[in-house]
Design a protein around this ligand. Structure first.
Ligand code: V47
Length: 398
């Protein structure tokens, strides 16, 4: 176990013997955190106002230590990553989200639109031995027929057996249901039959109406996003959940978003991980029209991860998405609740179109080093979170 958790000044009468380690001598500076810390140590759920105290507190040491308690209770020192590839099969999109710098009109020179054969050829070209997960999410293409999507999933499974296709956000699923003139449940059922392994968590943005109307007016509604994930879970398709933060949302609206995810997870248990996505401010309408030109700060990123980790007591993992907050900060975030650092990725266009500067193509070795140098145990996983390899501290990646 890491060292940060062993010094909380909370004297608890608790039946859980593993909590004894934590009741030692470091001071909680913010008195408002004392009852909250006691609840976290006792494994009790926080309510909304307690979540807001976490967002407001200046006692960042206690915040990170509490997040670390939850992280280590669930995962010990284990830190998960996947050997993965990203593929965006089209950037053509009619939705017009104001935070997006990725979407293009059909006639723009920078637009692309891969056929099924192009998709397979692209994966073949970039394929690396040991690759586990193909993560695909793309624009809402206005004219591709429904058959294109299950055909693509089938073709990928046929050519790369064993590669898990994690694809289509809930927003894309809703779009496909319009194209296919089928219900979202039918769309999901057919994609699963074609070989869809899991779904990414994109398209969630911020659920609160005030913000959604401003940033994603024509995208799937919050209720439909949640319903589609519920349907996926009912079919045994595990999914992730994201939250786009650092633009025009308030802290209450962030917590409302996280709270709605916790409620759904209580019902289904189908989410693998929660992934806060830090707003990247280049080349999008939020930057041009509302002057949202700042990147989030490191402290905001860490606080957001820690609050999520503590509040989402029913999620196994909070993921630190290094593409948007840098691999350096993700290393630090392993002490702020993060137990998953996504993957090698190879190629990425959504965040990079909007100003992300992270170098791409991190190797498995780099992932393992990054985790080990933060004093944690690297675990290579697949899209289902099966543990493929646990790297002890002396072990190098293959
Ligand atoms: O839905 C778009 C976001 C998402 C910007 O499930 C932006 O494992 C920041 O969903 N600044 C796509 N974010 C990425 C995504 C994702 C990422 C990592 C892991 C997983 C997972 C999913 O990117 C979109 C949108 O919310 N996005 N533009 C931007 N300017």
């Amino acid at each position: 176990m890491g060292v940060g958790i062993r010094h909380l000044n909370i004297l608890l009468e608790t039946p859980d013997p593993c909590l004894k380690d934590y009741s030692e001598d470091m001071k909680i500076l913010d008195p408002k955190l004392e009852p909250i810390a006691a609840k976290v140590m006792a494994g009790e759920r926080l309510n909304f106002s307690e979540g807001m105290v976490l967002f407001d507190t200046h006692d960042l040491n206690t915040l990170s230590r509490l997040a670390n308690v939850v992280r280590e209770r669930k995962n010990g020192d284990k830190t998960y990553f996947v050997h993965s590839m990203r593929l965006e099969f089209t950037n053509i999109c009619y939705v017009g989200c104001t935070f997006c710098a990725f979407a293009a009109n059909k006639n723009e020179a920078r637009a692309w639109d891969y056929s099924v054969e192009d998709v397979v050829a692209h994966v073949r070209e970039k394929y690396e031995p040991g690759l586990q997960e193909l993560h695909m999410s793309s624009g809402h293409h206005p004219t591709r027929p429904w058959s294109y999507y299950p055909d693509m999933v089938r073709a990928l499974n046929a050519e790369f057996p064993g590669l898990q296709v994690k694809a289509f956000t809930a927003a894309e699923i809703e779009h496909l249901s319009h194209i296919a003139k089928k219900s979202t449940l039918e769309v999901l059922t057919e994609l699963k039959a074609a070989g869809l392994a899991a779904m990414p968590g994109g398209g969630a943005e911020i659920f609160a109406d005030r913000v959604r109307l401003e940033i994603a007016k024509r995208k799937v509604s919050a209720d439909d996003w949640l319903r589609i994930h519920k349907e996926a879970h009912s079919l045994g398709i595990r999914t992730n959940a994201t939250m786009l933060y650092g633009h025009i949302e308030t802290l209450e609206e962030r917590l409302d978003h996280i709270d709605r995810l916790r409620t759904l997870q209580d019902e289904t248990g189908g989410f693998h991980s929660f992934i806060p996505l830090a707003f990247q401010p280049d080349a999008n309408a939020l930057a041009f029209n509302l002057g949202k030109t700042e990147f989030t700060t490191g402290i905001d990123d860490l606080r957001n991860l820690a609050v999520s980790r503590i509040y989402l007591d029913n999620f196994d993992h909070v993921k630190g998405y290094w593409v948007m907050i840098s691999s350096d900060l993700v290393q630090v975030a392993l002490d702020w609740g993060v137990s998953d650092i996504d993957g090698t990725i190879i190629d990425e266009h959504i965040a990079h179109a909007a100003g992300a500067v992270s170098p791409l193509g991190l190797t498995t070795q780099k992932m393992v080093d990054l985790i080990k140098k933060a004093g944690r145990v690297a675990v290579e996983r697949n899209a289902f979170y099966d543990e493929l390899k646990v790297y002890d501290l002396e072990m190098a990646a293959d």
